[in-house]
Structures are given as C-alpha cells and as structure tokens.
Design a protein around this ligand. Sequence first.
Ligand code: SF4
Length: 381
Amino acid sequence: MTNVFEIGPIRPPSEANSLLLRVTENCPWNKCKFCMLYKEASFHTRTVEEVKADIDAMAYYRDRILKHKDGDDFRRDALLAEYHSLATEEERYCYQMVFHWMTEGQSHSIFLQDANTMVLRADRLAEIISYIRVKLPEIKRVTSYGRADTLSRITKEDYQRLRKAGLDRIHSGFESGSDKVLTLIGKGTTQQQQIDGGRKVREAGIELSIYFMPGAGGKEFSEDNALETAKVICAVNPDFVRLRTFVVKNGSFMWDMKEKGEFVECSDIEKLKEIRLMISNIKNCTGTLASDHIINLLERVNGNLGKDIPALLEYIDEFLNLPPLVQKQYQLARRMGFAGDWKDMNRLHPSDLSRIKQVSESITDAQEWEIMLNRYMDRYI
Ligand code: SF4
C-alpha cells in the first residue's frame, strides 16, 4: 500500500479544514473565460481503486496520529518525531493534512476534488462515498463541486442514491443567473440548468452552496446580472449563496476582451451596488448569504436570506452614503488585505492609515483608482 494520497489545487474556503480527496483531476469544461486554473491540464477521472487506496492512506495516517493522543491533546514530541521520520516530502504533506483535519477540522468533513466531480457516474461516486463512510466513520460531511450543466443532467434517482451513500453538500459556481452573462463569460450553462439542477439537489436532501460573481457582466449587463441572479436564488432557495466579486484576472481570456474594449468592467462601488440590487430582489428564501472571501468589498454582508435582508441593505447603504473620500480610504485598506469594515479603520497602524489617506486623496482620476484597486485584487483570485 502506498502511503501518499493525491491532493488537487483548490477547494472552497469553507472546506479549509476538510480532508481533500482527489476523485477526478482538473476540469471537464475548462472554457470559462475568466478562469485560468486548469488551462494547461486535461481532465480525467481516477479509478475507484485509486481513490480507495487514497482513502486507505488517510485512514492509515489517522491511526498513526491517534496513537499519540493523550486525553484531549496530542503528545507533540512523539508526533514531530514521527513526522520527521517519514521518508518523503509527499508523505509528510499527507501526514500534515490528516493532522490538520483531525485537529483544526475536528475530523468533520471531506471534500471531493477537483472542479466537477459530480460528472462521475453515480454508481462509482456512490461506491467511493460509501467507502469513505466505512473507513473514515468520524466524517460528518461529504461535499463536492458540481457544474450546473452536470447537476441538471443527473436523475432524481441518482441524487437519491448519492444522498443515501452519504453525499451531504454540493458547491456550484453558478457565477451569474443571467444567460447573457453566462454566455459572455463562457460558462457553458444556462439559467434553466441552474434552476433544474439546483432544485433536484435540494429535493434529494443534499445541501446546495452556490457562488455568484457580482460584476461578471461588466457595465453592460450589471443590472441583468443582479436581477437574473436574484431570480435563480428565489427559484432554487439554496442553502448558501456565496459572493465572489468579479475581477478580470491578468492573463485570462477576459483580460484580452477588456484590453480590446469588448468588456467594460464595473467600478468597485458599482459591483457593491449590484450586490445591493440582487439582495433587494430576493424573496421567500431561507438560506444563508455569505461574503466569505477577501475579494468582496464588505465582508460583513452575511445573514439569513429570509429575515436579514432589510438589515443587510441598511448596512450596505450606510457605506454607500459615506463621503466619497472615506469610501476610498476603506476601499484601499480592504484591497490591501484589511479584514474588517470601515468602522474598524482605527485598528490600522497610524502610519498605514496616514499613507492610505494620502494615496486616497492624491489619486483623483477614477480610472487610475480602479486600476490600482484591481492590481491589489488580482492577488486574491
Ligand atoms: S468550470 Fe470552474 S474550473 Fe472549470 S473552467 Fe469554469 S470556473 Fe474554471
């Protein structure tokens, strides 16, 4: 038995403490114009046997680590000695991940990588999930990415089979509910597929966590992006709506479009207004809205999509009603990585604050300002 398991490149932020199980490799679509993640890599599925061997390796490290448990804690010296005794860098990395999962993640969840594991035949995926449940019984949540097109094609029976095997949550980058925007960004999915797929996931009792990109339609489709996205949210009533403010990544296909004038990006503030418009059009939903990424201007736009909408709108309006210079100061701080909102600016070091104020005052050209903000934001995508 090999004692290493494969680890793919990404996972949702909410899976930061999960085990990462690579079931498929790369992205079967790979044509979104804003995404560069898997551009040089071709998609393939791993065999059930390969994936089971990875699960065995995870269980193997779990058992080794558990031997060093002492009450609620671990004997750190013994752990470190064992870690350094491992023969390869890969083994040490796997050991570290399992330890992180057991401590920070409390052995809670596992995420099935890569970009769209739901594309796998349901019987194979169910076999893998069942195996996880047997070998790692402490896991309480099994989650996967799934693209809307794939989600709409899976039958209700297959969803039931996957749910029964133990699939708990699907993350899906819907990006926009607008067909115009979906075409523009090359997502290869439609609003109808999002609604059909999303409803089937929910009806099977699987949680649905969807991602939207305010600003993805540029200035031209900003309103459409907000209104059509709200329409999808209302139709599906997902468990989680997660915001990922859109920024054109340097080097992406959309960067070329922007350079040629075929895509005119919204300003940072216009993207926030788009979020406001979207939220104000959500009705009869019960899920959670999460602004859980540094790329979003306001990190506290979090709440229940049923009862918290008035408070969320009030919070956004409070920021939008600030004097433009105060907005700029916060924007710059945030884009430089400040975690907090404009009311917490006094937490900044006085010299940083003074520099932020000086730069905010000195850059008066709107275009230059946005270019500078985007340069910071490019680091986060
Ligand atoms: S489906 Fe996801 S991973 Fe694949 S190209 Fe689009 S954004 Fe990238």
